[in-house]
Write a protein that binds this ligand. Structure first.
Ligand code: C5P
Length: 328
């Protein structure tokens, strides 16, 4: 059973304060793009994972692998203990690893869909989504695809109304960024900024309830959906969407990888309508007016030698979908 699954961008990523469980409450606009991994599962005597393609060597093997975790979570939820549930999972990667494109989550979603078909579990979409959320915050969106608003830690989804097709250039970066590291850097930067804002205000007008409120709001802003972005997406006009792309994790990603500043500036200089770090980075995403402009932008970015390569993609595309089933 072979399933194809897309990478995602976050067109908006509004991050709230850290929660007690180590996650951050957020509101995000997910957007699936035409950069796909392929996952094949076959019945086997034991669970194994084989990875080929982009960044294969840095994908954790065995139990730590998200795809293996997804297969085990599905078996635990849907199969009786006596049912044979071991599978060989083969992942052909095109989505770079730890790049802010949810590649690991995509592979987990593809494995869920593939095993669900292979085992004919009869689970509903809602049940599958719940198992997906237990494997990772971005896994439910990789099942759904398209463009969707994510809430909670990103796992609660509402499909969004979007007109037209958007043309993107992705600039890959050398090396990876760890998602928890980027969230932690975001918290640190906010704490520093909040302390500074409080002390400036206190110097001007003396400490008060207001200075404390300013600090709290800067340290722990409430995540909010950009209605302007939602209206622009409905218009299908990339020129309206470009300036409204936003990512609260971007300052943190740039603080950990300062060279991203140059990559983003190069994209803007070459005419991108919007330039943004994707999720926790380090991949940068540039919005172009149409397919031809995307081609020009890709050529210019390649010529400028930023990052380690570029790829053109389109969005939105559908979520994890069965491509082929082997006979028998
Ligand atoms: O859900 P997932 O395992 O993909 O998340 C990886 C890490 O990213 C979490 O352990 C957490 O550190 C961070 N994260 C977060 N808030 C979210 C999603 C992820 O802090 N909403």
């Amino acid at each position: 059973m072979t399933v194809r699954v897309p990478a995602k961008l976050n067109l908006q990523l509004s991050v709230g304060p850290p929660r007690g469980d180590g996650y951050h409450d957020l509101i995000t606009v997910f957007h699936a793009v035409s950069l796909f991994d392929e996952v094949t599962v076959r019945s086997a005597d034991r669970v194994s994972v084989r990875v080929t393609g982009e960044g294969a060597a840095s994908v954790p093997a065995g139990r730590a692998n998200l795809a293996a975790r997804a297969a085990r979570a599905l078996a635990a939820a849907a199969l009786s203990r006596r049912t044979k549930s071991a599978v060989q999972i083969e992942i052909r990667k095109r989505i770079p690893v730890a790049a802010g494109l949810a590649g690991g989550s995509a592979d987990a979603a593809a494995t869920l869909v593939a095993c669900n078909e292979l085992w004919r579990t009869g689970l509903s979409q809602a049940e599958l989504r719940e198992i997906a959320a237990s494997v990772g915050s971005d896994v439910p969106f990789a099942l759904l695809g398209g463009t969707a608003v994510g809430q909670g830690r990103g796992e609660r989804l509402t499909a969004a109304l979007v007109a037209g097709t958007y043309h993107w250039v992705l600039a890959f970066s050398t090396g990876a960024l760890s998602t928890p590291d980027v969230y932690a850097a975001c918290d640190r930067l906010r704490a520093v900024r909040a302390a500074r804002a409080e002390s400036e205000l206190a110097q001007a007008s003396g400490p008060s309830q207001r200075t404390r409120t300013v600090r709290q709001e800067a340290e722990a802003p409430r995540p909010a959906l950009s209605m302007e972005l939602m209206v622009a997406l409905r218009s299908g006009n990339p020129s309206a969407v470009g300036p409204l792309l936003s990512n609260d994790l971007q300052p943190a990603a740039v603080s950990l990888r300062p060279e991203l500043r140059r990559t983003l500036a190069a994209g803007r200089e070459f005419g991108a309508l919007g330039a943004i770090v994707s999720g926790s980075g380090p991949t940068c995403a540039f919005l172009a007016a149409d397919a031809d402009r995307a081609k020009e932008l890709a050529v210019s970015l390649t010529g400028a030698g930023v990052g380690r390569g570029v790829v053109r993609v389109k969005g939105p595309v559908g979520g994890a979908a069965v491509m082929a089933a082997e006979p028998g």
